[in-house]
Design a protein around this ligand. Sequence first.
Ligand SMILES: [Zn+2]
Length: 201
Amino acid sequence: MKLDIIPKILEEAVENISQFPGYGEKSAKHFILNLLHMPRGEAFSVLKNLYDVLDKIHPCKECGLYTDKELCDVCSAEDRDKETICVVEESFDAYAIENTGKYKGLYHVLGGRLSPLEGITPDQLNIDSLLQRIEKQPVKEVILATNPTVEGEATATYIYNLLKDKNITVSRIAYGLPFGATLENADDFTIAKALEHKTKF
Ligand SMILES: [Zn+2]
């Protein structure tokens, strides 16, 4: 007779983590095994840290950047160039750009990219809030820094079409980033070059 030997809570944990896009059952099992192999004290501090992330991190009410404050450090800084907004897919892209030390404007985090395959449509991204910011702030330039992937390009084109008749310069990062790359994984030099050589959209 066959025994159902996997504990129910373990099975549920695999199922829960498998739901993350790009994870699947195999990665979920790896993640859980890694935790179980760790000394319990360390594993619990990893979980405590994740708990704190969920508890304290939320999108900046202005730009959508993940922050532990109401307004992120960029939006609340006095010396940023408030006429330039750099549009990125995710907060980690903005952190990577900021790491280069070359960008002094504001950010706007879309919270993803258009993806017909994954069913991600414009209304699921922070595009309306971008248009609202442009209406109420003296924005002169929008830099579309979505990733140079098929989805990132489609997202940039979609936003460009919404902005092209407004009196602002719309540019696109290009140089230095190979097609298919992601900002999050690019080095500082490559990102700095990509910004430096941005082109008019
Ligand atoms: Zn902000």
